[in-house]
Design a binder for this molecule. Structure first.
Ligand code: HEM
Length: 228
């Protein structure tokens, strides 16, 4: 009779988790948010507007990729109801699916919504003298412009808090659960226990098409929006 200890321990396998477009999206977003902050602080506002438009392109791309991208990038694979989030929090250690966890997905959605709000506010924003303005600023009244200016400052503070929370969460997964999430966001792969359903990748030309559409929409907005 075979003893329990003779049973082979399943070896961890290297599985694809994040596709290249999602990883590029993430790290370009990080770089552009830092650049936008620096250009605002140093009053390089022309660069700030270019950076904001680049973030807008990334966000439109990510929105499209959330519907037609690889399985782990799709909103349908990670946007979950409160019951699933609660069940996950209660049994965190047993979670085996790849991609965003139900809790991580909440922070991802909050970040995307805040960055989206900040970018849209930037499109309508203008500086104190009205010399440098976002491409859609001429479409709103003077009073509305004041409000947009204030909100663009306030939303950034909230965004900073969420970014700090996001980075703290990633670090605590490493320290408390031993999960190397950052490595997976860089290399695209993670070492996981089998059996694990791998990511189903989308085709590269679909990503290219999403990028072309995102660039076209950004160009239209940068030109002051209507007429089409
Ligand atoms: C400006 C700062 C940052 C922003 C705005 C940001 C935003 C985001 C967003 C939107 C996602 C979702 C990605 C997607 O599905 O497309 C994400 C995921 C992720 N980010 Fe960040 N991020 C920032 C900084 C960082 C840093 C510094 C790290 C590493 C220390 C990091 C590590 C990760 C990881 C590991 C994931 C995947 C989480 C998971 O497995 O569910 N992020 N981030």
């Amino acid at each position: 009779m075979k003893r329990r200890t003779d049973r082979p321990i399943p070896e961890r396998v290297q599985v694809p988790v994040w596709d290249l477009p999602t990883r590029l999206f993430h790290w370009l977003l990080v770089a552009l948010i830092a650049f936008s902050w620096w250009t605002a602080e140093t009053e390089r506002l022309d660069w700030h507007i270019w950076s904001g438009l680049a973030i807008l392109t990334l966000l439109i791309f990510r929105l499209l990729w959330g519907f037609v991208g690889s399985s782990t990038a799709r909103f349908a694979s990670f946007v979950r109801g409160p019951r699933t989030v609660l069940a996950y929090v209660r049994g965190m250690h047993g979670w085996r699916a790849i991609g965003h966890t139900p809790l991580g997905a909440l922070s991802v959605l909050a970040l995307l919504l805040l960055i989206g709000a900040q970018t849209v506010l930037g499109l309508f924003n203008s500086d104190n003298d009205g010399l440098v303005e976002g491409p859609l600023a001429p479409l709103i009244s003077f009073d509305a412009s004041d409000l947009v200016h204030e909100l663009h400052d306030d939303v950034f503070d909230v965004l900073l808090a969420f970014i700090a929370l996001h980075v703290a969460a990633v670090l605590s997964y490493r320290l408390a659960l031993g999960k190397r999430l950052t490595r997976a966001m860089i290399t695209g792969h993670a070492q996981l226990d089998p059996p694990t359903e791998p990511m189903r990748p989308a085709r590269r030309w679909v990503a290219l098409l999403c990028l072309i559409v995102a660039l076209a929409i950004t160009r239209w907005i940068a030109g002051g929006a209507p007429p089409l």
